[in-house]
Ligand binder design. Structure first.
Ligand code: SF4
Length: 468
């Protein structure tokens, strides 16, 4: 609960991404340092902990800790991480405990040597699988899906590691973009639904795997392609080997990557995130052609959509809320008694821009509605005559079971309130959301059938076991 409280105080009533992974196979290069920069580019996917594992061909060394990449790693630490390949992980906990044992990469000894694992996603049948494993004598030191997966791989009774991986993939369900590293090779796996992104790039004579293409750009790697849903990519001294052990599956890429999570400079499954966000604003303008004096975004993820909306409607666009980007994890949070301060530390209205105007404010989503009301009030206090809130995604009515923390269903304001009740709750003059068809149109050319939008409609592509 402490986390919930802190988040709402800071105006971060948003779905939370679970993790980001970055791996590089490049003998002769400073792989730990490159991984550090790759993780920096993926920091938006998880701010709670960070870690890097390096293999020198003989053994794997791992360093990790709670905090941002810049807080966990110092020059000295990177200097000591020497090897031919490395992979790193940034993490935001979802329903698993926020404990040190869960920080990734997780590193294990097994019969054939050492193996490290990092995971982005969430298994939907982990409780059932864990119970089966425990009944068979397995012990766990963390509550993470990653440890469960490793345990299943090494206990699969297979003749080699890859066969163990393929057998494990037949049993695990849910979303996963995984990186595994042994002393000699790196393995990337994307779940058969392709829910979470994973891409492959070239770095000199070596290769890179990353959650988002922005990390490839940052380290100077060339994008080759997205890892296909259900594909296993093995990188070693022979180059890249691709296995597709499963029958092609109906894809279900998380639509929220385009709405909020991914960086605008990333391209996922062929679609630019920036272009998709711009298209969301255009669709919003087609569906809700309002009149006003000014269009402002809730920064940063509302910016492209607000610009598109203003352009489409021929209305003036301006930044009207200034965001403080330096509020990190170690920030001393204000007490509950001073909630206003909490929001103002993160966002402050620009009075000269807003005063006397009829303002349209564009945000990407409303989860619990805790901060939208405070922001609307802030805009009014800055002198706005009217405040109209437009949301560039549909109402979130269902929880996510695939690795995104959208809060429990009981906390989702749109699960229990109609749009007008939400409008009254946040005190806006009007409130409108983008429709599901508008959302689907914005991410074309990705087919609607290839997308997960379950949190907007409850149509879950993967069933969830009763106790998960
Ligand atoms: S339920 Fe929502 S947040 Fe979760 S994977 Fe599907 S679209 Fe993404």
């Amino acid at each position: 609960m402490a986390g919930e409280h802190s988040r709402s105080l800071l105006g971060e009533d948003k779905p939370k991404e679970a993790c980001g992974v970055f791996g590089i196979y490049a003998p002769g290069q400073d792989v730990a340092r490159i991984t550090y920069y790759g993780l920096y580019a993926l920091q938006h996917r998880g701010q709670e902990s960070a870690g890097i594992a390096v293999s020198d061909g003989e053994r794997i060394t791992c360093r990790k800790g709670m905090g941002l990449v810049s807080e966990v790693f110092i020059e000295d630490t990177l200097e000591k991480l020497k090897g031919r390949m490395a992979f790193g992980h940034v993490r935001y906990t979802t329903d698993q405990d926020s404990i040190v044992e869960n920080i990734e990469p997780q590193n294990f000894y097994y019969q054939q040597g050492m193996i490290a694992i990092g995971h982005n996603g969430n298994l939907t049948n982990s409780a059932v699988l864990r119970r089966e494993m425990e009944q068979a004598g397995a012990v766990f030191q963390s509550t993470s899906d990653s440890e469960l997966i490793i345990s299943m791989i090494v206990r699969a009774g297979a003749s080699d590691l890859i066969s163990g991986i393929l057998k494990t993939m037949e049993k695990i369900e849910g979303s996963y973009s995984l990186l595994l590293m042994t002393e000699k090779r790196m393995i990337g796996i994307r779940d058969p639904y392709g829910m979470r992104p994973l891409c492959l790039g070239r770095f000199g004579d070596g290769y890179v795997l990353a959650s988002e293409s922005c990390a490839l750009d940052t380290v100077g790697a060339q994008f080759i392609r997205d890892v296909e849903p259900g594909e296993v990519v093995i990188i070693d001294e022979k180059g890249v080997t691709s296995l597709r052990p499963h029958q092609p599956h109906q894809k279900a890429l998380c639509i929220f990557e385009f709405v909020y999570f991914a960086r605008p400079d990333s391209v996922i499954d062929g679609l630019s995130v920036q272009k998709a966000r711009y298209a969301l604003g255009r669709e919003l303008a087609r569906e809700n052609p309002l009149d006003a004096d000014l269009v402002i975004p809730v920064p940063d993820s509302g910016t492209s959509s607000a610009l598109a909306y203003a352009t489409e409607r021929g209305l003036p666009f301006s930044e009207g809320l200034m965001k403080n980007r330096y509020v990190g994890r170690t920030f001393i949070r204000p007490t509950q008694a001073n909630r206003e301060l909490g929001v103002r530390l993160k966002l402050n209205p620009i009075r000269d821009i807003i005063a006397g105007k009829r303002v349209i404010m564009i945000d990407d989503s409303i989860v619990r509605g805790t901060t939208s009301g405070r922001i609307v009030q802030m805009i009014r206090d800055a002198g706005a005559r009217e405040v109209h809130l437009l949301v560039s995604s549909p109402p979130i009515t269902h929880s996510c079971y695939y690795g995104i923390d959208t809060s429990g269903k009981g906390e989702l304001i749109a699960a229990t309130h109609c749009v007008d009740e939400i409008r009254q709750h946040i005190g806006a003059d009007s409130l409108n959301y983008l429709s599901i068809s508008g959302l689907q149109a914005a991410v074309a050319p990705i087919c609607p059938e290839d997308i997960c939008n379950a949190c907007f409609c409850g149509d879950y592509p993967i069933q969830v076991s009763g106790d998960k």
